[in-house]
Design a protein around this ligand. Structure first.
Ligand code: ADP
Ligand code: MG
Ligand code: MG
Ligand code: MG
Ligand code: MG
Length: 444
C-alpha cells in the first residue's frame, strides 16, 4: 500500500514520530541513511531531499555529485523502539538524478528495471523467501566485537534462560511489530549461530526486508551486549552463514507459474527453463551472490554449503534444491547465496539468469540425486558436474565473461562493482597471513 501524504501525516501524529530515517543501499550492500527531524516531512514527500552522491561507495564522481532521495511511501514503518529520544520511522528511497530520472547506479532502481523486463514477459511477481543466518558474538568491556561465542548449542537446541535465545526472541518480536511475517526462528548448526525466516514477498519488498532485517538484528543484539555478524564464515572449522534464496514466479492471475499438476514432478516448463538458466549462469552470478573474499571460505565441502553446480529434488547438498512443497509453495531454493550479498543485486542477477533460461528454452541440465560429495573427480566429470568458483577472483572472471549476468547490473553498476571487487581481491592477495607463517616460517 502506497501511503498518501495525509495518511503519513496522520501516522506521524498518532505514533508520535520525531525522526525520519531515510534509507537506501550502496553498491556493496551497506545501508546508508540520513536522519531527518520530522519537520522535514513535507520536503521528503516532495522528493526534495538532496545528498552528495560522491561520498557513497560506487555512486558518482565529484563533478556530478548532487542526487535526490525519492521516498517509496509503501515502505513507511515505525521502529518499535527509541521512545525515550523520540520515535523513529523509516522509509526506503530510490536515488534520482538532478534531471529527475532514476540513477542507474542505485541497486534498488536496477532491480526495478529487471523486474519491469520480467513483467513484460507476462509474469506478475518474482517471489523471494530468504533464510538469513548470522552469529551472535560477545562484545568486550569497550563494546567492541570479539569472536567469543555465548553458547555451545546445536541445530534446533534450546536452553533455558540463554541470553542468545532471549535476544533472538526479541528480534522476532521487533520484526513482528514492524509487520514482518516471521515463519520460523531457530538455533543453527554452529554454536552462536541463528536463523530467522520470514515469509516470501515480491523481490523488491524482499530485498528491502533483508536490509531492514540486518539493521534490526544488529540493533537488538547490541542491547544484549552481542555483536551480530552476517559475515559468511567468521570461524574456520564450523558452518558458515548462508542466505538461501527460495524463489518462484507468479502469473498474472496470482497462480504459481512453477507448478504444473500434470508433470510427473508437478513442475512446469517455466520452472525447468528457469532452472536451466540458474544452472547455466551459476558460476557468474556467484560473484554477486557471494561477493566477498570470505564468501569462498564458506563454499567448501563438509559444512552443508554447496560446492558443485547441480540440482536435486531429493538431496539437500546441491546448489539448487527443489523442496517438496507444491501448489503455491512450489519453489527453487538457491543454497549458495550468503548474507554479505547486496540483496538488490543478487536478486536481479538470479532473476536475469532464470529469464535467460525462459527466453532461450534452456534445458535443466545437471540433475544429480546421488551424494556429489562422495563421487570421485572422474565420476563428476562424466556427469559434467562443474565446481562453483573457489575464489572471488575466479568468480569475477566468470562474471566478466557472461553478458547475461553483466546485463543484470547494467553498465554503471557493473563497472563500479568490478573496480571495487578487483581492488578488494588484490589487497587480499598481497596480505601475508598467519596460516602462511605457521606453515612456512620454520619449514623453509
Ligand atoms: P528450509 O527447509 O530450507 O530450512 P525454510 O522453511 O527455512 O526452508 O524457509 C522457506 C522459505 O521459503 C520461507 O521464507 C518461505 O516463505 C519461502 N517460500 C514459501 N513458498 C514460496 C514461494 N512460492 N516462493 C518463494 N519463496 C517461498
Ligand atoms: Mg531454513
Ligand atoms: Mg525449515
Ligand atoms: Mg539454515
Ligand atoms: Mg534452506
Amino acid at each position: 500500500h502506497v501511503f498518501t501524504k495525509d495518511e503519513v501525516r496522520q501516522m506521524v501524529k498518532d505514533e508520535d514520530i520525531h525522526f525520519l530515517r531515510v534509507m537506501f543501499t550502496d553498491l556493496l550492500g551497506t545501508i546508508k541513511s540520513v536522519d531527518l527531524p520530522v519537520s522535514q516531512l513535507d520536503k521528503l514527500m516532495d522528493n526534495k531531499i538532496m545528498f552528495d552522491g560522491s561520498s557513497i561507495d560506487g555512486f558518482v564522481r565529484i563533478e556530478e555529485s548532487d542526487m535526490y532521495l525519492y521516498p517509496d511511501m509503501s515502505t513507511w514503518l515505525a521502529f518499535p523502539w527509541g521512545a525515550e529520544h523520540g520515535k523513529v520511522a523509516r522509509v526506503i528511497c530510490s536515488v534520482y538524478k538532478t534531471d529527475g530520472t532514476p540513477f542507474e547506479g542505485d541497486p534498488r532502481n536496477n532491480l526495478k528495471r529487471v523486474l519491469e523486463d520480467m513483467r513484460k514477459m507476462g509474469f506478475k511477481d518474482f517471489n523471494i523467501g530468504p533464510e538469513p543466518e548470522f552469529f551472535l558474538f560477545k562484545t568486550d568491556e569497550k563494546g567492541n566485537p570479539t569472536t567469543n561465542l555465548n553458547d555451545k548449542e546445536n541445530y534446533f537446541d534450546m536452553e533455558p534462560a540463554d541470553p542468545g535465545e532471549d535476544c533472538r526472541r526479541d528480534i522476532v518480536l521487533a520484526l513482528e511489530k514492524m509487520g514482518f511475517d516471521v515463519e520460523a526462528a531457530h538455533h543453527e548448526v554452529a554454536p552462536g549461530q541463528h536463523e530467522v525466516d520470514f515469509k516470501y514477498s515480491d523481490a523488491l519488498e524482499a530485498a528491502d526486508n533483508i536490509q531492514t532485517f540486518k539493521f534490526v538484528v544488529k540493533t537488538i543484539a547490541k542491547k544484549y551486549g552481542f555483536h551480530a555478524t552476517f559475515m559468511p564464515k567468521p570461524l574456520s572449522g564450523i558452518n558458515g552463514s548462508g542466505m538461501h534464496l527460495n524463489m518462484s514466479l507468479f502469473s498474472q492471475d496470482g497462480s504459481n507459474a512453477f507448478f504444473d499438476e500434470n508433470d510427473k514432478d508437478k513442475l512446469s516448463a517455466t520452472a525447468y527453463h528457469f532452472l536451466g538458466g540458474l544452472m547455466k549462469h551459476a558460476r557468474s552470478y556467484t560473484a554477486i551472490c557471494n561477493p566477498i573474499v570470505n564468501s569462498y571460505k564458506r563454499l567448501v565441502p563438509g559444512y552443508e554449503a554447496p560446492v558443485y553446480v547441480a540440482w536435486s529434488t531429493s538431496n539437500r547438498s546441491p546448489l539448487v534444491r527443489i523442496p517438496s512443497d507444491r501448489g503455491m509453495g512450489t519453489r527453487l531454493e538457491l543454497r549458495s547465496a550468503d548474507p554479505s550479498a547486496n540483496p538488490y543485486l543478487a536478486i536481479a542477477a538470479v532473476l536475469e539468469a532464470g529469464l535467460d533460461g525462459l527466453r532461450n528454452n534452456l534445458p535443466p541440465i545437471h540433475n544429480v540425486d546421488e551424494n556429489i560429495y562422495t563421487m570421485t573427480k572422474g565420476e563428476r566429470a562424466e556427469k559434467d558436474i562443474r565446481d562453483l568458483p573457489d575464489t572471488l577472483h575466479n568468480a569475477l572472471k566468470s562474471l566478466a565473461a557472461d553478458e547475461v549476468i553483466k546485463s543484470s547490473m547494467g553498465e554503471h553498476l557493473y563497472n563500479s562493482f568490478m573496480e571495487a571487487k578487483t581492488r578488494e581481491y588484490a589487497s587480499y592477495r598481497q596480505h601475508v597471513s598467519d596460516w602462511e607463517r605457521q606453515h612456512y616460517l620454520e619449514q623453509y
